[in-house]
Structures are given as structure tokens and as C-alpha cells.
Write a protein that binds this ligand. Structure first.
Ligand code: ADP
Length: 337
């Protein structure tokens, strides 16, 4: 079980701000709550920035109190709202953002988001000297430097619940179902959903080159299943970057004599009540961000490695690809026989 690291206090903080940026993820509210309540316990005034970097530039900043974050730990989405802000790609805009924060006498900014949001945070600190720290909140679990991200467990559980339902129809009608889960560049949701949902095969973006090989492999898996007496199959497909990819697989399978239904889970995986795991992860990560700031650290992300919280410099996170556990995918195939 991950725990809050206990670190010596090396820096005095009067005020800090917290924002959520990029795609929302279940558990972001639990992280906001932890930043606010742990901050208050350390005599820090915590400000909430609405609508990510856009709201920051518009000065949408308000003090948060213990009561402001009451009754939110169980809610998906983010009470602070989130946004994608083109203007933040400009250096002059980031300088303006630092001025806005400094004018409010805010000492540091906690950014809950993914790789893109951390790029903005890192540039802000490097260019202006304003302290930033990242908390990984994304359902995709595609952030380097951490084994887990807030929202991933919830998204996987949502997808597995959907597969359990689809399986009833698949087995009653002897059908093949292609279930598309989220994951443009990363197949972590597909992998864990496939393993937990007992899928016959799992298609991940990491293994999608060339496309034809995947379809041949899927077809062979289906045929092997039929020979062994299976009348239905569940195939989990990560959405990837090619729109309509799952339909393409269905069309190709049909050409090979295997008619398949497609079910796209889409944004149902992004919302909903966070699991106990995500609430715990978010609570510890949010408080750890404040703890690291008090310890004098910044320009990095709170990550998890071997069940321990660590601070990973942004330079080791941004633009880095997390290695995909190929052996787990092979293992899933072994169990699906
Ligand atoms: P995520 O944080 O989930 O990866 P995005 O990639 O959409 O989400 O990034 C969220 C926001 O972070 C962007 O809208 C932008 O404001 C900021 N951002 C992303 N990349 C950069 C960058 N290279 N420079 C400055 N800001 C960035």
C-alpha cells in the first residue's frame, strides 16, 4: 500500500494553488481535496484555479477551505473544471501566468493532469522560476515515471463491467464482439481490461504496425477458439490514432468469414465514481505534492514505483514513452486459450 512520504520541512509556504488540466479523470477531486486539506494542516492557504491554464490566465483563482472540498471524494470529473489552453504554448503567456500567481502571493502551483499539462508546468518553472509540481491524473496510465495514474483503475473497472454485460449477449447469440476501449497511444486500459475481462485477444497501439499483421493474428485466434469449441469471443481493441480502426477490423474479420459486432465504450470510461484504489492513490499523491514542495522540491511529478511515492523530475517524464509490458500481453494470450 502506498503511503505519504515523511520528509523534513525545508521551505516555508504561505500559499499554493491547484489546478486540473487536460482530460478529466475519476479521482481528480480526491486529489484536489488532499492538496487542500493537507495544505491546511501545514498552515498553507490553498487557492483553486478554475478551468486549467485558461482560467489561470483569466485570473479565475479563489481560496479553498476544508469545507470547499467536502463531499467530493466520491465524485468523478473535477470540481475545478479542466481545459485545453492553446495560449499556454506561448512563452509570453506563461510569463504572464507567473505574474498573476505572484501578484496573489502564491508560492507554488500543483498541476493535476498528464504529459501535456506537465510540459506547460515545467516550462513555467524553467522560464520564470515559479515552483510547480505535477500529480498524474489520466485514465490512460501513459505517463512515464509512474506505474499508476489517478483514474486508470476506475476506467479499467468501468470497461470490465461493460465487458461482463456484453459477454452475456456474446454467449447467448454465439457472437464475436470487438470492444473498443480508450487509449490513443497507450494500450494499458486495453491490457488490464482484456486480462480482467477474460478477452480472447487484445489489440494495443504499441503492436499495431503493420495493421495487417494484427488482423491476421486476430483471425487466427478466433479460428483457434472455434476449433476448440468456443462459440463466442470478446476482443478488446484500444482506440488508437486511426478513427474507425475497430470497424476496419470487423470488416476484415467478416471477409475471413467471422462476422463481429462492434461496441465502442468511449467516454463512459472517463466518468463515474472513482474506485477505492483511485481515491487512495489520489489522496496520497495530492498530499505528497504538498509534502515535496515543503521539502523544497519542485519541477517534478509525484510518481509511484514499487508501491512507493517518489518525485520524478519533469525532464524524465515529459515526452518519454513508458515501456509496454509485452510479457503481460503474452500471458493474457496464454490464459485466453
Ligand atoms: P494532458 O495533460 O492530459 O496530456 P494535453 O496534452 O491536452 O493534456 O495538455 C493540456 C494543456 O497543457 C494544453 O492545453 C496546454 O495548455 C498545456 N500544454 C500542453 N503541451 C504544452 C507545451 N508543449 N507547452 C506549453 N503548454 C503545454
Amino acid at each position: 500500500m502506498i503511503e505519504l512520504p515523511l520528509l523534513p520541512i525545508k521551505r516555508k509556504l504561505k500559499s499554493i494553488a491547484v489546478l486540473t488540466s487536460g482530460g478529466d479523470a475519476p479521482g481528480m477531486n480526491a486529489a484536489i481535496r488532499a492538496v487542500v486539506r493537507f495544505g491546511i494542516s501545514q498552515h498553507i492557504q490553498v487557492y483553486g484555479v478554475h478551468k486549467g491554464y485558461s482560467g489561470l490566465l483569466e485570473g479565475q483563482i479563489e481560496p479553498l477551505y476544508a469545507s470547499s472540498v467536502a463531499n467530493i471524494i466520491q465524485r468523478g470529473g473535477t470540481i475545478l473544471k479542466t481545459d485545453r489552453c492553446e495560449a499556454f504554448f506561448e512563452k509570453s503567456t506563461r510569463k504572464e501566468a507567473a505574474h498573476i500567481l505572484e501578484r496573489k502571493e502564491i508560492d507554488a502551483l500543483v498541476v493535476i493532469g498528464g504529459d501535456g499539462s506537465f510540459t506547460g508546468a515545467s516550462l513555467l518553472e524553467t522560464e520564470t522560476g515559479f515552483s510547480t509540481i505535477g500529480v498524474p491524473g489520466t485514465i490512460d496510465n501513459d505517463v512515464a515515471g509512474t506505474e499508476d495514474t489517478i483514474g486508470f483503475d476506475t476506467a479499467v473497472n468501468t470497461a470490465i463491467e461493460a465487458i461482463d454485460r456484453i459477454r452475456d449477449t456474446a454467449s447467448s447469440h454465439d457472437r464475436i464482439f470487438l470492444v473498443e476501449v480508450m487509449g490513443r497511444n497507450a494500450g494499458y486500459i486495453a491490457l488490464l481490461t482484456g486480462v480482467g475481462g477474460g478477452a480472447e485477444t487484445i489489440v494495443v497501439p504499441e503492436h499495431r504496425k503493420p495493421t495487417k499483421v494484427s488482423i491476421d493474428a486476430i483471425s487466427k485466434t478466433v479460428e483457434r477458439g472455434i476449433k476448440r469449441g468456443k462459440s463466442s469471443s470478446i476482443i478488446v481493441v484500444a482506440e488508437g490514432n486511426t478513427p474507425g480502426f475497430t470497424q476496419l477490423i470487423a470488416a476484415e474479420l467478416e471477409k475471413k468469414g467471422h462476422a463481429a459486432k462492434v461496441c465502442i465504450l468511449g467516454h463512459t470510461q472517463r466518468g463515474g465514481t472513482p474506485t477505492a484504489h483511485d481515491r487512495h492513490l489520489a489522496s496520497v499523491m495530492g498530499a505528497s505534492a504538498v509534502m515535496y514542495l515543503l521539502n523544497g522540491k519542485s519541477n517534478g511529478m509525484v510518481g509511484v514505483r514499487d508501491d512507493k511515492i517518489q518525485l520524478v523530475p519533469f525532464s524524465k517524464v515529459i515526452g518519454k514513452t513508458k515501456p509496454f509490458p509485452d510479457e503481460m500481453l503474452r500471458f493474457a494470450q496464454v490464459l485466453a486459450v
